[in-house]
Design a protein around this ligand. Structure first.
Ligand SMILES: Nc1ncnc2c1ncn2[C@@H]1O[C@H](COP(=O)(O)OP(=O)(O)OP(=O)(O)O)[C@@H](O)[C@H]1O
Ligand SMILES: [Mg+2]
Length: 269
């Protein structure tokens, strides 16, 4: 086995990178039985540990990148999640971000997927996560400032030659003034693979320091993450919720993101 490294990126703070990285890791592990490692590559402002319930971690990615600790010794298993992770240090000094790719190579054969949470700032940290990734997911929200940041991310990824699998449109509220999937796809020339509602249960899960997929497995946002994970691993997934199944029976058009997931699952993206 050799891991596929998926970088979860955005050149924008607070859009949902860490939420996406931690939920994808938990879902790939629990629902799709994959061996998963998630790494905090947001070196200047690490926050993965808050999402996973570990306070003041030691033996962190910072220690790995400064050669103080072997990467194998910084990996821990999440208590409830069934996946492994490496947190960042909350008190940090200088590290060497570009060592990330080489360090990860030492454990690539131990996992099916390595998920990288990344920095919101266009700096060498973000670039180090991009070049360490085999493919990227870009998190965005339905507003113009974030769209502009997403266009920037798409350009930088092209420049670094790391393919973008697609966009994750997060925190949608179904309001008429929000940007639509088609507008975002047209502007970025990149497929939207998941549309996640702004969902209080995501915030509740964070307050409980556990990925939402474990806290509220049938929340709309979690089901959407599961559909995305299924497409990434090439499997089919059906929404188990009765009401959603009934709604699907009566819909006249398949949402664009669902079409994109089918294309991804079949290997066309
Ligand atoms: N779909 C959602 N619905 C409601 N709240 C959300 C959703 N996604 C993320 N959030 C909340 O938004 C906040 C920011 O999310 P997150 O930490 O994942 O963003 P980030 O992009 O990693 O931020 P940073 O750039 O600071 O690392 C958190 O409080 C999180 O719980
Ligand atoms: Mg984050």
């Amino acid at each position: 086995m050799t891991a596929t490294t998926i970088g979860v990126i955005a050149i924008k703070g607070g859009v949902g990178k860490t939420t996406t990285a931690s939920n994808l890791a938990a879902i790939l592990a629990n629902d799709f039985k994959k061996k998963v490692l998630v790494v905090d590559a947001n070196f200047s402002a690490p926050n993965l540990s808050f999402h996973l319930g570990e306070n003041a971690p030691s033996d962190t990615i910072h220690d790995v990148l400064t050669d103080k600790v072997k990467i194998q010794d910084a990996i821990r298993e999440h208590e409830k999640g069934g996946f492994a992770y490496i947190p960042g240090a909350l008190t940090k000094g200088y590290l060497y971000p570009f060592k990330l790719k080489k360090k990860l190579e030492a454990v690539k054969t131990d996992y099916d997927y390595i998920v990288l949470d990344s920095s919101p700032t266009m700096n060498e940290e973000l670039v180090s996560a991009m070049v360490a990734s085999d493919k990227l997911l870009v998190v965005t929200t339905p507003d113009y400032p974030t769209l502009s940041a997403t266009l920037h991310a798409v350009r930088v990824a092209k420049d670094k030659k790391t393919p973008i699998v697609g966009l994750i449109l997060n925190k949608t509220r179904g309001k008429h003034f929000e940007l639509h999937v088609e507008e975002i796809e047209n502007a970025t020339q990149t497929p939207v693979l998941a549309v996640l509602p702004d969902d209080l249960r995501i915030l509740e899960a964070l307050a409980n320091a556990v990925p939402a997929s474990l806290y509220a497995p049938l929340a709309d946002a979690v089901v959407e993450y599961r559909k995305l994970a299924a497409a990434l691993v090439g499997q089919e997934y059906e929404d188990p919720r009765f009401l959603s199944r009934v709604k699907n029976l009566f819909r006249t058009e398949m949402p664009k993101e669902e079409v994109n997931r089918i294309l991804l699952r079949k290997g066309f993206l």
